[in-house]
Design a protein around this ligand. Structure first.
Ligand SMILES: Cc1cc2nc3c(=O)[nH]c(=O)nc-3n(C[C@H](O)[C@H](O)[C@H](O)COP(=O)(O)OP(=O)(O)OC[C@H]3O[C@@H](n4cnc5c(N)ncnc54)[C@H](O)[C@@H]3O)c2cc1C
Length: 464
């Protein structure tokens, strides 16, 4: 194998924390979607920044690919070692390094998951807000520029990372940003690393913003006769400036998925799942304002969830949307895709995607963080059915084109990975040349997560 010499050197460094076992390689080749298993040549489990630096130095010297691995929940195949080499499993670097309650910040290692972090923060009265549903690692979330249900109120991970420590392709360790809330000192490498999908460097520490736990939290649901009414309600709510903590849309197919997967017993109509945060008076006021808008939009079946158990049950159901979509096509895989549009075009984008799914004879669910104009379609596909895969590809492509035509983007949160590279030229045009130059400057040998994010050159040439 071409990477054998690097692997031999890594065994010297890591001992049994470098494995080439078939089982571990296959485990690290799995993904949550329809991509075939893609095992790396070996899996490394570093314990420290120093070890990450040593690993990268060895891999750089031997031109051996390195793909960082967090919790493997990414949905565009980002963590798959497409060109072999090393899967750099960050799970042992999972400590909270410090918490500064007075500054509302903490510094953590990248392998820590968001649930582990919130567990550690519980006694402080603070919480980390970014919630992509899956129990993703903080490093993976930063690398994919994740968001989720609470971004409408608290921002995406991009808004919640103040500083990073990163190991560059040749093993050099850098720091960018600080614990201060803002800085005006040169190029913003912190935010360049966020969303770079492990192609520019390996994140080894992150300093995060925290938020105070709200005094009062109330969740609620309501339903509508059609998606148009639900979306009209969302648009009016956002335009009125009601500070929604969560506002999630589920179309009737998604509700059918919940009924099938979790016996939810919900009427199969479009629903909004909502959450309000604040002081008790403020929450009551927000809910009253929302209810007025909802009624004008045709909402019915208003239900609230005030106890922690009821709220947790509601959001657990929402967070299982991926698996509930899968329940609609037993034995099939889910091809998830997301786009994000300006909120004023949300209704048009959703209506178009529903019509496309029907036209292409695909089973599709729609669910979304619609307060941000971001929604997901989950297609049931059989990877061995070439015709169905072609129709799913047409759906995804048309949805991306629709988002761009409406002034949006082909991904609000899932990222590019393998699945959306052919959109990069269309969305970014000449800016892609500068992205390529950045990659070249950061990783001249191309060892960091090769084959991801930037499309192969020939795609760009074909588009010119
Ligand atoms: C059920 C379900 C629901 C989801 N819902 C959402 C959602 O609502 N919003 C959303 O944004 N996403 C969602 N996702 C996708 C996923 O959770 C995110 O993409 C997440 O941020 C990935 O984190 P991870 O730790 O699993 O990273 P991985 O999948 O392991 O890796 C993702 C990428 O990050 C890189 N990476 C990992 N660690 C590092 C590091 N330390 N340094 C540099 N690069 C690194 C990897 O190389 C890879 O390119 C969902 C996924 C599932 C399965």
């Amino acid at each position: 194998m071409p990477n054998d010499t690097a692997i031999a050197a890594l065994v010297q460094l890591l001992g049994d924390r470098l494995t080439t076992s078939e089982a571990d390689r296959r485990l690290h080749g799995q993904n949550e979607t329809y991509y075939p298993n893609t095992p790396p040549d070996a899996v490394a489990y570093p314990d420290s920044t120093t070890e990450v630096s040593q690993i990268l130095k060895i891999c750089h010297d031997h031109t051996c690919p390195v793909t960082a691995y967090g919790a493997a929940s990414s949905l565009e195949g980002q963590h798959l070692a497409l060109r072999g080499g090393i899967s750099l499993d960050m799970s042992r670097m999972n400590r909270v390094l410090s918490i500064q309650p007075e500054d509302l910040t903490c510094t953590v290692q990248p392998g820590l998951t968001r649930k582990q972090l919130n567990e550690e923060l519980r006694a402080t009265g603070l919480f980390f807000s970014v919630d992509p549903g899956a129990d993703a690692s903080i490093g993976g979330m930063a690398a994919t520029r994740a968001s989720g249900t609470t971004a409408v109120r608290y921002g995406t991970i991009r808004d919640n990372v103040l500083a990073v420590e990163a190991v560059m392709a040749d093993g050099t360790v850098i720091r960018s940003g600080s614990r201060a809330r803002k800085s005006a000192t040169g190029y913003d490498l912190t935010h360049l690393m966020i969303g770079s999908e492990g192609t520019l460097g390996i994140l080894t520490e992150l300093t995060l913003k925290l938020h105070g736990q709200p005094e009062c939290i109330t969740a609620a649901t309501c339903r509508f006769e059609n998606v148009g009414q639900a979306v009209a309600c969302v648009i009016a709510t956002i335009q009125c400036g009601i500070p929604m903590a969560r506002i999630e849309l589920l179309d009737h197919m998604m509700v059918r998925g919940f009924n099938t997967y979790a016996n939810a017993g919900l009427p199969e109509e479009p629903h909004l799942f909502l959450e309000f945060h604040g002081a008790p008076g403020a929450v009551a006021e927000q809910m009253a304002s929302f209810e007025e808008i909802a009624q004008d939009s045709g909402a019915r079946g208003w239900r609230t969830a005030t106890t922690t158990e009821d709220r947790n049950a509601l959001w657990a159901m929402r967070h299982n949307a991926h698996y509930a979509s899968a329940a609609l096509g037993p034995g099939k895989h889910i091809w998830p895709t997301d786009v994000c549009v300006p909120i004023s075009h949300l209704a048009e984008a959703i209506a178009q995607s529903q019509a496309d799914a029907k036209r292409l004879n695909l089973t599709a669910t729609i669910v979304g963080h619609v307060g941000d104009g971001n929604f997901h379609a989950g297609l049931s596909v059989d990877p061995n059915d070439a015709d169905e895969m072609a129709r799913a590809h047409t759906f995804t492509h048309t949805l991306g084109e629709t988002a761009l035509r409406l002034g949006g983007t082909v991904s609000g949160e899932h990222g590019i990975g393998i699945g959306k590279q052919d959109f990069m030229t269309v969305e970014h045009g000449p800016a892609l040349t500068y992205m390529r130059a950045i990659k070249q400057a950061f990783d001249p040998k191309g060892i960091l997560n090769p084959g991801k994010l930037l499309p192969p050159e020939f795609l760009q040439e074909a588009a010119e």
